[in-house]
Design a protein around this ligand. Structure first.
Ligand code: PEP
Ligand code: MN
Length: 332
């Protein structure tokens, strides 16, 4: 149950009741909002005098649910609108990882030439093997900061564990939580306490319910700026790296009010399918995309098989505006 607390009720009073009745609460800029488990279906008597309004929810998809509010969650990154019924589909591209000053400079220059505003690149890479490239760490964040200033770009970069979450929040314009970190409570809590937008990737073994509930961990601490990103789930199929769950995307569009992005690169795992999957993703009428591109993918230090080279990316990118238009969206 979501409870809107009457204006003017003191924080101390809410904290006292929160301990007693086990609910979570945050201040949304206008009023305090308290959330109990969805299994609570009648308003606790102690809360009656301080309640303005309350919403009985079906499941613990609560703050993110379209049945709580029809108003889509959206936010602005400088002059870029993300979600919120803005009707835009935002393309984000860049390499899997920041590898060197030269490489990220080439990528930033390419993003800017394409007329795009957001560069992706990881500096803390959650690799499957401990013996492969793990990312440049803070040095990579500094390289991203340099190109952000030089090209006037926004940066999305990932956090892989809680030891560097503060640093990533400090440098990033959007904090990316990867598929393997989706369940990391310390990361989720810290992101919930910040006001930085977060792109949360679906765990490859997570159900849609589990996925959206991890977004709730961030939202219930007062940070509503959460993007849900479908990036492929593990199925019995092994010819492709993962299986892009577009049926899941249809569910998220209908049942949640958060911005939805699709990452076709990690789902496919091979360059050859990425342009088709990107077009399919745009046709879903989503809020944005995350596509990996690299100046020389065959030399990439991570995910070499799936990154598009610049020629491949720009050929594909040209084909997207009419697809977006057909579903009433503007590509940006
Ligand atoms: C990435 O975006 O490079 C990445 C590691 O993604 P995922 O967490 O989806 O595997
Ligand atoms: Mn990658």
């Amino acid at each position: 149950m979501i409870i809107h607390i009457k204006k003017g009720i003191k924080q101390d009073k809410i904290e006292e009741l929160s301990g007693k009745l086990s609910f979570v609460s945050f201040f949304n800029g206008r009023q305090h909002v308290a959330i109990t488990a969805a299994s609570v279906r009648t308003l606790p008597r102690e809360l009656e005098p301080i309640t303005d309004d309350f919403f009985v929810m079906e499941t613990d998809i609560q703050l993110a649910s379209s049945s709580y509010s029809k108003e889509k969650v959206g936010f602005k990154l400088t002059n870029i609108d993300i979600g919120g019924g803005s009707g835009t589909t935002t393309m984000i591209t860049g390499p899997c990882a920041v590898e060197s000053a030269e490489q990220i400079e080439e990528c930033a220059s390419f993003v800017s030439q394409q007329g795009l505003k957001i560069l992706r690149a990881g500096s803390y890479k959650p690799r499957t093997s401990p013996y492969t490239f793990q990312g440049l760490g803070e040095d990579g964040l500094k390289l991203l900061d340099n190109v952000r200033k030089k090209y006037g770009l926004q940066i999305i970069t990932e956090v892989k564990d809680s030891s560097h979450v503060d640093l990533v929040i400090e440098y990033a314009d959007i904090v990316q939580i990867g598929t393997k970190a989706m369940f990391d409570q310390a990361i989720l809590r810290r992101c919930g306490d910040s006001q930085k937008p977060v792109l949360l990737k679906r765990g490859f073994g997570a159900t849609l319910q589990e996925f959206v509930q991890t977004a709730e961990f961030i939202m219930c601490r007062g940070n509503e700026k959460v993007i849900l990103c479908e990036r492929g789930i593990r199925t019995f199929e092994n010819k492709t790296r993962f299986t892009l769950d577009l049926t899941g995307v249809a569910f998220l569009k209908e049942k949640t009010r958060l911005p939805i992005f699709i990452d076709p690169s990690h789902a496919m795992g091979h360059r050859y399918g990425v342009p088709d999957l990107t077009r399919a993703a745009v046709a879903m009428g989503i809020d944005g995309l995350l596509v990996e591109s690299h100046p020389a993918p065959e030399l990439a230090l991570s995910d070499p098989a799936q990154q598009l080279n610049f020629e491949e990316f720009s050929q594909m990118f040209k084909t997207l505006p009419p697809v977006a238009e057909a579903v009433g969206r503007v590509l940006q």
